[in-house]
Ligand binder design. Structure first.
Ligand code: FPP
Length: 240
């Protein structure tokens, strides 16, 4: 099972408390740690988190700098914890606009967690689904137009190992849109939108989302007896 999350609401979380937006992003990073640990305990294969979209470059320079620093620090500090939990880290998205320091941190995190056989954690950084699709389609013609061949090009265009269809897409922060995230992969994703700001999204909220997913009927465009999204939620994701 693949869960993708658009982590929205850090800025509003901070504003409510009279704090700078960077404090919201730091609280967001703490939520990332909680949810990764919860996901690692659940029967989830892949978790993709939208950490920085290609459109986020238009934010004020100080906010971009703070986000980039946070990403670098997070990758550095979390690698050990991920190794201990069998979590494999991959960063998807463009790399040519990232700083050398961040690229080094990404490469280190990917290398040091490469043996992880549990959850595959994918952080989307400088990621744009539309750009990824365009780049994949622009690769020289091979004569093979199958979806599988296209998906291999799509994965390569995002620096991913493969293209994983999303089962459940969660967006926090109250907005109801995809914001150029995993457009191909979300073809049959169940969408779950919550008003909860990302920094407040905890294990209980994550478990509730999995429960809701378990009650969705998935037909993948067919008209036969619906398939209940499997009972992921029967297993607790909270710390015992
Ligand atoms: C959207 O909230 C969030 C982001 C643009 C960045 C997400 C980053 C994190 C959760 C923290 C760092 C990530 C990792 C993986 C360590 P917003 O700023 O748009 O919030 P707003 O809509 O309330 O203004």
């Amino acid at each position: 099972m693949h869960i993708a999350i658009i982590m929205d609401g850090n800025g509003r979380w901070a504003a409510r408390r009279g704090l700078p937006r960077s404090a919201g992003h730091r609280a967001g990073a703490r939520a990332v740690r909680r949810i990764v640990e919860a996901a690692a305990r659940a029967p989830i294969d892949v978790l993709t988190l939208y950490a920085f979209s290609s459109d986020n470059w238009t934010r004020p320079a100080h906010e971009v700098t703070a986000l980039m620093r946070l990403l670098r620090e997070h990758l550095t500090s979390e690698a050990e914890r991920c190794i201990a939990n069998g979590v494999r880290i991959r960063v998807i998205g463009r790399r040519d606009r990232l700083s050398d320091e961040l690229i080094l941190a990404i490469e280190h995190a990917e290398r040091s967690t490469a043996a992880g056989r549990g959850l595959q954690l994918r952080l989307a950084v400088d990621y744009s689904a539309r750009e990824t699709i365009l780049r994949a389609a622009g690769v020289e013609r091979t004569g093979d137009c199958s979806a599988a061949a296209f998906e291999r090009r799509l994965a390569a265009a995002a620096h991913a190992d493969a293209t994983h269809p999303v089962d459940l897409l969660i967006r926090t922060g109250g907005e109801k849109r995809l914001s150029d995230f995993l457009l191909w992969e979300c073809a049959y994703a169940e969408l779950l939108f919550t008003d909860c700001y990302w920094p407040d999204f905890d294990e209980a909220a994550f478990e509730a989302a999995l429960l809701q997913f378990g009650h969705r009927d998935r037909r993948f465009g067919g008209s036969t007896a619906p398939t209940r999204a499997y009972a992921v939620a029967t297993k607790s994701v909270r710390p015992q």
